[in-house]
Write a protein that binds this ligand. Sequence first.
Ligand code: IVH
Length: 723
Amino acid sequence: MNRPHDAVQAQIADLRDALERHNHAYYVLDAPSIPDAEYDRLFAELQALEAAHPQFDVPDSPTRRVGGAPVQAFGQVRHAAPMLSLQNAFDDAEVLAFDRRVREAAAAAGLPADTLRYCAELKFDGLAISLRYEDGRFVQGATRGDGAVGEDVTANLRTVRSIPLKLAPGAPRLLEVRGEVLMFRADFDRLNADQAARGDKPFVNPRNAAAGGLRQLDPTLTAKRRLRFFAYGLGEVSDELTLSASHAGVLDWLAGLGFPVGPLRAVCADAHALLAFYRDIASRRAALPYDIDGVVYKVDQRRWHEAIGFVARAPRFAIAHKFPAEEAVTELLDIDIQVGRTGVLTPVARLRPVFVGGVTVTNATLHNQDELERKDLLIGDMVVVRRAGDVIPEVVRAVPERRPADARRFVMPTHCPVCGSTAVREAGEAAWRCVGGLYCKAQRGQAILHFAQRRAMDIEGLGGRIVEQLVERDLIRTPADLYGLSVSTLAGLERMGDKSAANLVAAIAASRQVSLERFLFALGIRHVGEEVARVLAQSFGSLESLMAADWEGILVAKAAAQKANARARPRAEALVDVPLEGVGPEIVAALRAFLGESHNRDVMAQLLAAGVEPSPPQHTRASVAFTGVWSPGHPSEPAAQGALAGHTIVVTGTLAGMSRPEAEDLIRQHGGTASGSVSRRTHFVLAGADAGSKLAKASALGIPVIDLETMKRMIQNHDDTQS
Ligand code: IVH
């Protein structure tokens, strides 16, 4: 087909515009506008047209984003305005001192210090770069270098899809934008998975991977790293006076021109607002898709900057408030074995004390023997310890270059270090277990603490120290013995007065009235967490019927119901209830093993004899309650009612004004399911302050995260529409 050249040119221009619009939607607005396959089709179409008509080539075509020709070396770029660094603050006092200095300098310059405002924003953990635009087109990009002269990495930066190659109309004739290049965590994980698949060394962190990516001589390699960009400031600008006088205003304006700008920022009137911003961001840090290493505060009145001035090569009008480092190197002094409630032997690293993530860490779990071998950790090694947010500290890896000659391998013991019973490793399991059960004092103590905890029997005042003494002195052998403890016995323990002994005896007595589900949870049966305990209590209604359950019959009935539903579902027929929904064969096996053990039945009988009275749930699901043979074919119950019906929600972190169990109760009251772990089946994660790995998992799986206020609003809105 022979089309006139200007028609081809117009088509090329249209395709370029469309592709950049989609890029912007995807990489800047985080709201993809077309399916990937459609994008790829348009891209291929443009590539073909450009190849056939090289006379229409331009350097800022979206096709250049896959990378151009390699270079021998990077050229040098002298920055028109120097790229400064920031002073750091590591604690509240340093922030208060910064605020004082700023106010004094402003006042000394005759500025009205009482109208001072700060713009608070994220401190991205990547590399500073400067982007130069002339007449709205990206012409040059450079690294910071020594602040005065950097390297010309223009071709590499063209591959960063969130960097606009052409600006929206209205941009100044000359514009330098300063910001950070970084790698999203998901892209980093994918990159390291690829490295591992090729047998290459993994990158240590996203920052290093981004730095390496930006300094590739071959831009096609940069393109593969999928780097991102966030703008946070300006360099040289031709019509300065047309710009907003506030830094926050400039950030909004940059966003309007097509630049990605950090989503979390605030204008603050005083140092207390800055510190509140810092704490808020610290609590959200783990949920962000990229790393930040602090927040930055800048005087918002840009025209005050010159007057407030500079110290050395950093401005006095801005400061970085850093988060405590999350990783540190220390010595692995020894490896001990800890015995858990279920007898699992866990290797624990004893570390030379090291300050990391804001606390001094001396121990870290090593999980199991496989983990030790996978990480190739030897006693005596220097190791990287990580403590991110509230997550328990972990040993990330050894530093092999610093391995001492006398480093030695840890050998898993064949016997329990506490009671001397044999340790066994069941087929298919990573963990070694002590077979001692309640004979083992470590397990006994843990079992009693589990029994007494707030979410189980809720015995206030029965803490680790007391339990340790009770077990050590053989005053209790099973949880049932708690009910025989006297005030005088307890008052004889260390750090126990008559008053607290009397309180504890009263708390133990009060725990006799307990719901069946808490009681079942308290028994510490393997795999029976709170949710399973609830299902069991609802289904069986009483301890007697649970103990008399016909497990064979139930397993057969479960399988039959699941089969019937599998047939009914594609035909949209009514489904039947599956008995013990969510209680799989593994849990049934654990229940049978527990209930089959005469020792456990004795303990339960002793508990009942001591007056413990597990009360049946108020609303037993009548169609599910059964003891003997399950008859399939019940019509399914109507879907649960309520604002959260059909939603599986995981609660994590510290919620303001509500405990986690209370939030879970709230979820259930409104028809939702509260679950303990995040999976693809989770609908929402309800996150409070200092949420850790669950939040991270939600963000990795793309599961929406809501706060308590939002959930309350969902409930409120629903209730409003119902009334
Ligand atoms: S402003 C005149 N804002 O932190 C101030 N820097 O030592 C120039 N950084 O090299 C920097 N996020 O790489 C600023 N929101 C932010 C930032 C930020 C990260 C980096 C930047 C700079 C270093 C400061």
